[in-house]
Design a protein around this ligand. Structure first.
Ligand code: FAD
Length: 287
């Protein structure tokens, strides 16, 4: 099933993300976590792609299990910064062979060792190439309500986003944000530039202070005072921090739904317990 068909539905829904193991030895535990999340019947699940493509085979393997074993629509990710065109064709073959209808097409972070492949420069190049190979596959792309960390001006970032959508991107998923007003403002700005594909807000439940500092350092996402106060107060108390982080994410989701957003993607990070608690907090609102 295509993600765009899910996003066209008017019923509120939640999707979850998992990431593949770094090594083959971790595959069974990731598959078990993905299976436990799939059992909660999310609208779909995404499976990230290891930086530099190190876990590319495992991404499709976990994704195949989710859709072919657990019957949940799936969105495997693919990054191109270190990929050749040949590798991308091989990945598409695997995706087709596993009856998967969707792909999230990304550039990926620039590798620290500086080894890049010049077949694709930006995600828009990857999207155009995938679209030329498969006119029917549903392609997702990433977007950044606060601007991508490498881009100096938000307006440039949105102009590049328009190129990405025009290259054949069917929907967008956002980087995490902790202030919904930033997302609402972003929606106005992209509409103004003629970007009309569905935009799926990405919400990350923060359950430890360390997770917050790591995520913020990587993405440049801003932390509102209200959330910073929560982390200052509960950061040293694991149970309290976990509970406060889940409530904060659930409140963000409720506000989004109240403001007319129907579909929300949750960065559940291979944690079925977090996915379960988020859904419990939305009981009566979603599903
Ligand atoms: P692009 O769209 O290519 O943008 C990258 C930068 O280049 C931006 O600053 C943009 O403004 C600029 N740019 C774009 N086009 C042009 C142009 N034509 N000329 C000049 N500048 C341009 N990483 C992973 O390794 N694996 C994953 O599975 C993964 N999943 C993700 C899922 C989501 C929803 C998000 C938001 C991010 C994800 N990432 C993942 C991280 C992502 O790979 C990084 O943020 C990466 O740095 C940018 O990828 P992109 O696809 O947005 O790149």
């Amino acid at each position: 099933m295509k993600i765009t068909d899910i996003l066209n539905s008017k019923e509120p829904s939640i999707s979850f993300e998992v990431f593949p193991p770094k090594q083959e030895s971790g595959l069974e535990s990731v598959k078990a976590a993905a299976g436990a999340i799939a059992a909660m019947k999310p609208s779909f699940m995404s499976v990230t792609y290891g930086a530099g493509g190190s876990t590319s085979k495992l991404t499709v393997e976990v994704a195949s299990d989710i859709t072919n074993l657990h019957n949940i629509p799936v969105l495997p990710h693919l990054t191109c910064v270190a990929s050749t065109k040949e590798h991308v064709r091989g990945m598409l073959d695997q995706i087709h062979a596993n009856n998967i209808d969707n792909i999230m097409a990304l550039r990926g972070d620039l590798p620290k060792d500086g080894i890049i492949c010049n077949d694709y420069k930006h995600a828009s190049d990857l999207i155009a190439d995938i679209r030329s190979i498969d006119p029917d596959i549903c392609i997702g792309g990433a977007c950044y309500p606060e601007g991508h960390i490498e881009c100096e001006h938000k307006s440039d970032d949105i102009n590049f986003l328009k190129l990405k959508v025009d290259a054949g991107c069917d929907f967008l998923t956002t980087q995490m944000f902790f202030d919904n007003n930033i997302f609402y403002n972003f929606l106005y700005r992209i509409k103004d530039k003629g970007i009309n594909v569905p935009v799926l807000p990405g919400i990350m439940p923060i359950t430890t202070a360390k997770q917050l500092s790591r995520s913020v350092a990587l993405s440049g996402t801003s932390v509102p005072e209200r959330f910073r106060a929560i982390v200052d107060r509960f950061g040293d108390d694991p149970a309290a921090m976990r509970q406060a982080g889940i409530v904060y994410a659930a409140e963000q989701i409720i506000d989004l739904i109240a403001n007319g957003v129907t579909h929300i993607h949750v960065y559940s990070m291979n944690k079925p317990d977090v996915a379960k608690d988020i859904l419990a907090a939305l009981n009566g609102i979603v599903g």
